[in-house]
Design a protein around this ligand. Structure first.
Ligand SMILES: O=C(O)CCC(=O)C(=O)O
Ligand SMILES: [Fe+2]
Length: 315
């Protein structure tokens, strides 16, 4: 492991909205990563989600394959995802389970897969509770991000950037296998997240690393330590586009440390129909828009079809 990166800590419960939003602005300019504390999701719920996640991944493979991913949601077995940067011939050493809101139009287009109630009775209520609770965090946080960009607090909601039914939760299990040749084994190869913001909870096992300068060779990877009870938050590519590159969607990966690891990533993403266009407040004569407007669903379609084997784009 390399050096540990000291990330800024943002206290979501602070009543000083303006000073919190300026801390967020600085964190997004410098790192694109920060810790979020006092967010209102209880440790009990976070631990409950990790526990239920462990139970799901412990099911026999054929039981998990009944829920195999169609489109965006469901179970993805080991090695299914293979980002461009992957050096592994067989894909990332991780298995995942993705679900979204059970309510609204999107839940009809992309139906959730659930494990059988007889097998895991607490699974669905725990996950649905987590989804709803984290959406409140996402909404509050995006309000502060909007303030950090000198926009109205409800800007992202108004433009469809925040839709409490468009987020997805991804449960991850990294088996932690090590390569006998001494090479780095990636549970998640170097990538940036596609969407707006990601809220990550982990079981405390290390492995997450960021590369602050993706153009520098050789790449410098710094470790992100887990902080108990805190979310690790990072900016995604669509937010980077929105801010004309001002806020950074930082490259990151998960390396194997020889120990099994569980994490839960919540991708707070725009509504599929939301058009993401460089904000005027982030452009000027000397800094013209660097990205053309893009519809979220078209952007995701392109990105997913590059990384997921058998991606069809529909439910
Ligand atoms: O598991 C982690 O710590 C990070 C996962 C991640 O980066 C992702 O799923 O996009
Ligand atoms: Fe990621």
């Amino acid at each position: 492991m390399g050096t540990i990166l000291k990330l800024p800590i943002i206290d979501l419960s602070s009543p000083e909205k303006l000073s919190t939003s300026s801390l967020i602005r600085q964190a997004c300019l410098d790192h694109g990563f920060f810790y979020l504390t006092n967010h209102g999701v209880s440790e009990e719920l976070m631990e409950g989600v990790l526990m239920e996640s462990k139970k799901l991944f412990s099911l026999p493979l054929d039981e998990k394959m009944v829920m195999a991913r169609r489109g965006f949601r469901g179970y993805s077995p080991l090695y299914e995802e293979k980002p461009h940067s992957s050096t592994l011939a067989k894909g990332d050493s991780k298995e995942m389970f993705t679900f979204g809101s059970s309510e609204g139009v999107l839940a009809q287009i992309y139906p959730n897969e659930w494990p059988r109630e007889e097998l895991l009775p607490l699974w669905r209520p725990t996950m649905e509770c987590y989804y709803k609770t984290v959406m409140d965090v996402g909404k509050k946080l995006l309000g502060l991000v909007a303030l950090a960009l000198n926009l109205e607090e409800n800007f992202f909601e108004q433009v469809g950037g925040f839709n409490a039914q468009a987020a997805v939760v991804r449960l991850l299990r990294y088996p932690g296998e090590l390569n006998s040749s001494g090479e780095v084994t990636c549970g998640a190869s170097a990538h940036s997240d596609y969407g707006m913001i990601t809220l990550l909870a982990t079981d405390g096992v290390p492995g997450l690393q960021v590369c602050r300068d993706k153009d520098k060779e050789p790449k410098v990877w710094e470790d992100v330590a887990g902080v108990k009870g805190a979310f690790v938050v990072n900016i995604g590519d669509l937010m980077e586009r929105w801010t004309n590159g001002l806020f950074r969607s930082t490259m990151h990966r998960v390396v194997s440390v020889g120990k099994e690891r569980y994490s839960v990533a919540v991708f707070v993403d725009p509504d599929p129909n939301c058009v993401v266009e460089c904000l005027e407040s982030c452009c000027s004569e000397t800094s013209p828009p660097r990205f053309p407007p893009v519809r979220t669903k078209d952007y995701f379609h392109e990105r997913f079809s590059q990384t997921l084997a058998s991606y069809s784009g529909s439910g």
